[in-house]
Design a protein around this ligand. Sequence first.
Ligand code: UGA
Length: 486
Amino acid sequence: MDGPELHLREKQERNGWIPDLSVIGMGRVGLVTALSFAAKGHRVLGVDLDHRMVAKLRKGQASFFEPGLHELLTKVLDSGNLEVSEVYDERLLPALIHLVCVDTGSVDGSAIDLTNLLSALRDLSPYVRLDAVVALRSTAPPGTTEAARRLLSKNGTGPSVACNPEFLREGSAVEDFFNPDRVILGVTTEEAREALLSLYRDFPGEKIVCHARTAEMVKYAANTLLAVNISFVNEIASICERVGADVRIVSRALKLDHRFGPHAYLEAGLGFGGSCLPKDIAALALVAKLVQQPTRLLDAAREVNDAQRQGVIDRLLERLGDLESRVIGIIGLAFKPNTDDVRAAPGLEIAQRLVRIGAWVKVYDPLVEHDTFRHAPYEVAKDVYEAADGADALVLANSWDGLKSVRLERIRRLMRRPLVIDGRNVFDPRAMREKGFEHIALGVGDEHQPLPYGSLDKTPAEPWELALPRSSRDRLGLIDKDGFAA
Ligand code: UGA
């Protein structure tokens, strides 16, 4: 440590507070990361340029909802293990590990916006010691860690830079942080490997140490696989609906197969939303395009996802005709339960499409603050009943614990037409019909309806008949021209 750093350390020691870790960016990932390491006994300095957010944090208030976060924030502030700052300054100098958690912005057709990440690295650069490790937790394309290393180096020398992707789900981020399935450490130096292995020493989950580019790909692959799974089950749901099968049971059965497991992303619905899956699948498709690699599967998954949203509009048009001036209630605006995050949320995207075609949209979500919609063209309801009042249809875009216990009788009486599009399969279709609703469950077909391709009664009687070539089966009248039994 050189002169000014020593001087600072002495000053801080006199004040009694020296960070061993810094977290850059106090958003959803950064705050959970900072609080969790502080709870584990580290002295963490959290930095975010948003001075309002920092001021709120000092008072023990987070600027977003996350289960368990408020309690953790209170505990950590009381312990004195966390300090927050709205400026990058010399207080960062003693930290031996900097975890960079700033947002990577949106992806358009031709670029991934890394402005925030690069400018955070530039701001941090003067305060990073040569023996420190800068680990990127922000999701960014392969090559970003190496670019960050160049940015932080001067005259050919600089700190170690690593990639340490996060796998936190909103709504269970705190729990996920303390119980990771795996810890990925993409390192380029021995120092980074040692420092990060020691940081995660007492966390469960296998530690995989690999090259930074592989770590960057792990993150993209993980989120993309989740997205592909969801689109897969949504496509299965569409087929189920047409053949009179029930996707809820199909999903349950698939999850019992140990090769998929109980937590597999196989719940059919309105498709994936949030700030991660849609952005990351788009980013990976773009990366692949830049290296001239086709992405047929990723493109199809994105297409299916978009069709899930449009499918709701089509069903409403089918049942209500013109939607101009129709009143549609959207229940659930966050992209999933237990969060107030509305980024790329199915409910919000459907609301936007409805407004564009002239519908009057009422929205309700128990966690999303009214202020979010201050300038939006929706009527914000104070509860489910207000959203249902006078509605021609209700779209259930999200589910939460209390939704199952709403008074359905009252809702039916309040609605102009008791049409419910159940985008999360919250309610049982039969029970809903018995209560007088026109209930549309996604992926749940009517098993009494004749199959659209006719009867299969004339399928080959004997197994050997299946082995016949198509022409012989045709001659025997076993299948019709479309390939199905006549
Ligand atoms: C996702 C990943 O799950 C995390 O591992 C990752 O760390 C995070 O992105 C990130 O990159 O930061 P999150 O965005 O919080 O986490 O959302 P998920 O819980 O994964 O859900 C994504 C979307 O898929 C939601 O809209 C959800 O409703 C939908 N979904 C999920 C389904 O439609 N079906 C399912 O079976 C599961």
